[in-house]
Write a protein that binds this ligand. Structure first.
Ligand code: SF4
Length: 385
């Protein structure tokens, strides 16, 4: 089984922290949906039989900027060229401002009719100060109304929130979590504000106009989030992801379980697990015009492609498995599928990490503790390579 990701690159404005591929200047849906159809046909021709879809995920960018007709064309391209008989989950990312008012209601009705089972909302904060700082297109009232409308129309809603916005009072972060829960989100993803290169935020920091929050503040917020959402009945099942029981993101779990996830759209990445010891990763060109031109001209839109050998696959399995805080890294699977005996190969590192309270080693499993999850990258790097 596999997942299919479709990248919709349109955005109404540029959020200061964003380093995804998107465009605010072009929103010509005709060529985009035609190119998606062509790419779905190309990829489906090769993988339809090998990769029946379990999940479909439209991300971006801002898929909720697609008109209902364009949304139908994109979802239809997946159904038309892949085996979707066993499809369990169809997620669409949406921004709150697109879901309010009569147009928002129309869009939600269309999404529901197309079989969308889950919406992932880029809320980031329910406070105007934070939203203005991040240059989000919505305000606090739209954030709240958008979540309400999504929950009423689709039911299954994930809310993305960002912590570590400079000078954000601690109470605001607590109130953000509280509001997401009160509004009925069954899933919450929380991310710290990260200063990525080539973003407006990077420039603001370089010019000294913004001072990022320190590690200790971020750690406190992270631990608070864990405590608060567990207290509300959520499970902390992945480093950044919290879900009510039965409401995990199936699509994202495919990435963390190292399963095949194919991608369509400009900048989309694909991972094809061909055999236990061989995989392939590739990415489409990250430019809407070039990507469309290649596909509509009958050429491949792939910018690079690499083969992944057994050692690299094994390292990836460790890094991804550690992200799963509840399920943990399955040591039997690691040995059976990747030939790695972590308990023997990394005995000293595991003992040191366990002694520091960063991992929990049980028969057959290694899990990050919440303290370990707060510094997950550093922990994981001690167990690979
Ligand atoms: S809406 Fe999302 S993809 Fe678009 S600029 Fe903002 S964070 Fe990036």
């Amino acid at each position: 089984m596999a997942g299919l990701y479709i990248h919709v690159p349109f955005c109404s404005q540029r959020c200061v922290y964003c380093d995804f591929y998107f465009t605010t200047t072009r929103r010509d849906e005709g060529p985009f949906t035609r190119a998606i159809e062509v790419e779905a046909e190309r990829l489906g021709h090769e993988y339809q039989g090998k990769a029946p879809l379990r999940t479909l995920y439209l991300g971006g960018g801002t898929p909720s900027l697609l008109t209902p007709d364009a949304l139908a064309a994109v979802v239809g391209a997946a159904h038309g060229h892949f085996d979707t008989k066993a499809l369990e989950e169809v997620t669409v990312e949406a921004n709150p401002e697109d879901l309010v008012g009569p147009e928002g209601a129309d869009w939600l009705r269309a999404a529901r009719a197309l079989g969308v089972t889950r919406l992932s909302l880029g809320v980031q904060s329910f406070f105007d100060d934070d939203l203005v700082f991040m240059n989000r297109a919505h305000d606090a009232a739209q954030a709240e109304a958008g979540v309400e409308a999504a929950v009423a129309a689709i039911g299954e809603v994930s809310v993305d929130l960002i912590f570590g916005v400079p000078d954000q009072p601690f109470e605001h972060w607590g109130a953000n979590l509280q509001k997401a829960v009160r509004l009925g989100a069954a899933h919450v993803s929380t991310y710290s504000l990260t200063v990525e290169e080539r973003t407006p935020l990077h420039k603001m920091v370089a010019l000294g106009r913004v001072v990022p929050e320190g590690d200790e503040t971020l750690r406190e917020r992270y631990l608070f989030t864990h405590e608060y959402l567990l207290g509300q009945g959520f499970e902390h099942y992945e480093i950044s992801s919290f879900a009510r029981p039965g409401h995990r993101s199936q699509h994202n779990q495919s990435y963390w379980a190292h399963e095949t996830v194919l991608g369509l759209g400009p900048s989309a990445h694909s991972f094809w697990r061909e055999t236990r010891s061989r995989g392939w990763r590739w990415a489409d060109v990250a430019h809407l015009g070039r990507w469309q031109g290649l596909l509509l001209g009958g050429e491949s839109p792939i910018e690079w492609r690499e083969q992944i050998g057994p050692d690299e696959l094994a390292d990836e399995a460790v890094l991804l498995g550690l992200r799963r805080l509840v399920d943990g890294l399955d040591l039997d699977v690691l040995e059976r599928d990747y030939g790695v005996d972590l308990l023997t190969d990394r005995r000293a590192e595991l003992a040191a990490l366990e002694g520091a309270g960063l991992v929990d080693v049980r028969p057959g499993r290694v899990r990050l503790t919440v303290e370990g999850a707060a510094v997950a990258d550093a922990v994981a790097l001690r167990l690979v390579g």
